[in-house]
Design a binder for this molecule. Sequence first.
Ligand SMILES: [Ca+2]
Ligand SMILES: [Ca+2]
Length: 526
Amino acid sequence: MRSAVLSVVLIAGMLGVAAAQQRSASLASPVAAPDVRFARPAAEGVWYEIFVRSFRDSDGDGIGDLAGVTSRLPYLDELGIDGIWLTPIHPASSYHGYDVTDYMGVATEYGELSDLETLVAAAHARGIRVVLDLVPNHTSRDHPWFQAALAGDQEARERYVWRASDPGWIGLGGPAWHPAGDAFYLGLFGSGMPDLNHDGPWVRDELKRIMRFWLERGVDGFRVDAIQHIVESEEGIVAGTPGTLAWVREMQAWLHHVAPHAFWLGETYALSAPTVAAYHHDGDLDMSLDYPGWAALFDALSQRSAGPLETALEQNAGLYPPQARRAVFSANHDQIRPASVLGVLRRDEARLKLIAGLLATLPGTPLLYYGQEIGLPNGPGDRDEQKRTPMTWSAAPGRGFSDAEPWIAFSTDDPALSVEAQRADPDSLWSTYRTLIAARRGLPALTRGTTRLLRPEAPQLLVFVRQEGGERLLVVANLGVRPAVLAASERPGAPAETVHGAPVGEADWEIEGLGLRIVRLAGSAD
Ligand SMILES: [Ca+2]
Ligand SMILES: [Ca+2]
């Protein structure tokens, strides 16, 4: 009898091990790449972040949705977009979706799984990649795992991070530890977002299972939320720990193995370039968000000096490993939009156009935030919702966003701040973006070329050479508001053709305030 019981236990144990091995084995098998031939590698395209709730409402409930995004793919194609990043589409506790309650679901207000599949297929048919937001650091407090943990389920409890007493750490905006029963759980982003425990294999495997689920539906990668905060040290270091970097390396190795066609874009929210570079060196991260570059861009614009961008370019040279890719941007759903940062002065449109020019020419992968191509401003006040107001497609009631009252008010009633108006105006910000993106597409020196910084006499002029093969492009950007001169003697070659901006010739160039030139240089490489 005893031996029979023992046998049953042994067999059950062996079955359990076998099941776990089978689970791991299926996680490691390759995912077929979508049957699409993209025109260029992901890193050489222009990307576009869509806050799904605010892009286009297809069914008249005032909330943007997946079918709405699908309906605007021709628009994105016309603008020259190669890839879109969708903010979280899953069932979640909050409107923004970063507190997920079901990682393999689609929130009812955004549609159904089939709507996502339709969107991916339609995007791929146009050569546009689709990346989903992945939120691995925390779930919602309402996620069934956390609810089970609160109810005392030991396995569920181990998926989160607990202490018997409050260690007193400060999280991102308040206390990091939150009471529940006779213990405390970690929630760096607040009590509504409990941190997952990535120490054990269960959570890591589950995350791989979630990624597989979406990869099998054709998505091309993931933007990884809060990537710095995955693993905390015992002492309470909550960003960039060796444990987090090792976690990134493991996850990237897994992704490169099962889906080498897909990639990660990490939310490396740090202003120090060496801190961001560590995710590439130690974590083998595919692509980072260039927050140091974002800060340098606005420093340069506010100081009317090329200095901050020159410093950033010099620091970046040799800092990142050769395979590292950086997304360069001027806004996302967490930032005040440039049209609001830069105020309401008349000349600000020139500054927004200069931002477009710098994003198109600086080394990196340009990443736009929906509405930036028309200079969409923030709404009133400083709440995050006001960074995420509905897209203004036209001047008509509902602004082409929705036939219903939008979920939040539009940030502008200016009819000129619409796609419809700016598309009809060859001098508009929208037309500037479209022209620059189209030019960039045809210029490998801009999409993948080397970068050499020059130091001209005029401190407001940012001057650099992008080179690929025998093609050399000289980029000159005037961060000042007054004209500045780049002498012929300061240039590394004779101009062959003005690619962007008013034509320039052999003499000294006077570049207007906030002006930009892209000039092909004669002759071959130096
Ligand atoms: Ca809707
Ligand atoms: Ca964490």
